[in-house]
Design a protein around this ligand. Sequence first.
Ligand SMILES: O=C(O)CCC(=O)C(=O)O
Ligand SMILES: [Fe+2]
Length: 321
Amino acid sequence: MNSLPIIDIAPLYADDASAWPAVAEQIDRACRDWGFFYIVGHPISSERIDALLSAAKTFFALPAEEKLRIDITQTAHHRGYGAIATEQLDPSKPSDLKETFDMGFHMPADHPEVLAGKPLRGPNRHPDLPGWAELMEQHYADMQDLARTLLRAMAMALDIAHDFFDARFHEPISVLRMIHYPPRHTASSAEQQGAGAHTDYGCITLLYQDDAGGLQVRARGGEWIDAPPLAGSFVVNIGDMLARWSNDRYTSTPHRVISPLGVDRYSMPFFAEPHPDTLIDCLPNCSSPDNPAKYQPVTSAEYLLSRFADTYAYRREEAQG
Ligand SMILES: O=C(O)CCC(=O)C(=O)O
Ligand SMILES: [Fe+2]
């Protein structure tokens, strides 16, 4: 077992619900064994992906001062541009060799939650590029729908109400991110990675990666295996919040990006995270007298903010006042 499962989720979109349990079972198995799998048969078109890739290339090619007009370190809402070395996913390595654009669920500045200063709530900060904001907002909504479909299959596998996650992902704090990994050169420090080894923070991550390669996943035995690009797929992985929510029935698995030599790499993860007030408390059917709940309940926003503080030096300083 040294390559990730590939699951065709097309039956989840069929009217005939009799095909769903078989897919739910494959997802459940993959979440337990790997915490990582590919999905194909999803409704995101290749035209959409091409448009996003072309937008990403245009944005990251802008001059630094242009990108820094939406500097993520200058906002409380975790939105905008993160320059190279803003993140350090593996504290034992140098900062990551990548630049990023992050957006979330858009709430206008005059929304009561934003006026009240609720963490992670605020307007998106898009670059001033034609068509960009519309493309990204549409894709955010479509990725949230795709996440909802996968969560329904997981609810089915967990034998809880199929719509259990639906209400909890209403007005979510999910993040859509674009990443550019500049090329590594033979003279580059072997220590510096595109993305240091880490587990994701949230519930499920749906990752588009271009054809450059470089993503690696740590298998249960401890060895790093490649998760190569697979045309038309997303890589799905479990984050720590869902591992916690499911009392570790589902696993969050370490992964990293070794930037390929001499080529740029672009990727787009969508991190699905519930409404900020959702209580992450052991899910039904995930504990028993032999396997009691291991984790203290925490809200989705509290948990995410604590993890951001570990990754971003500027957020640590913020947290320490
Ligand atoms: O770019 C990738 O392929 C992976 C990125 C990643 O793991 C992350 O942003 O959490
Ligand atoms: Fe990740």
